[in-house]
Design a protein around this ligand. Structure first.
Ligand code: AMP
Length: 132
């Protein structure tokens, strides 16, 4: 069965899309640790990130780098943190989390509750700051 993220890529399940190219897709985490918390995924479904082939793996991180640059331009934060967990959704993904303090990337902390309008606004802001 297709992963929930594959179903997001196909449009079967809605998401707050931030960026997309032929091979990669970025969208807001629905349970954000911080405003702007974004997930970056390869469109091709692989469970474990370190099972991805070298070329696709490099492409994923280069795509994440572009997304992080856009996030840093429009989300008030010191820098963008990166984490790979993958225990909940078995489709490789990179968490990009805007950081003001180390606590912002503590996955045990209560998640932010944002309205659909707030999610849409944040996604549009990051998307608008993407270069290339
Ligand atoms: P993990 O697999 O532990 O890295 O966590 C998966 C992440 O995906 C969690 O932070 C969830 O909030 C997020 N997530 C799960 N379903 C969705 C969804 N439909 N849209 C956006 N984010 C999601």
């Amino acid at each position: 069965m297709a992963s929930i993220f594959t179903r997001i890529v196909s449009g079967e399940i809605p998401s707050y899309k931030v960026a997309e190219d032929e091979n990669y897709f970025a969208f807001l985490d629905i349970n954000p640790l911080a405003e702007g918390h974004t997930l970056v995924i390869p469109k091709k479904e692989t469970d474990y990130i370190f099972d991805i082939g070298d070329e696709e793996y490099q492409g994923l991180f280069l795509f994440a780098k572009r997304v992080a640059a856009a996030m840093r331009m429009v989300i008030p934060c010191e820098r963008i943190g990166i984490a790979v967990i993958g225990l909940e959704v078995r489709h490789a993904h990179i968490h990009l989390v805007p950081l003001k303090t180390i606590y912002d990337i503590d996955f045990r902390k209560p998640k932010l509750k944002l309205s659909p309008g707030e999610f849409a606004e944040i996604a549009a802001k990051i998307s608008g700051a993407m270069i290339g």
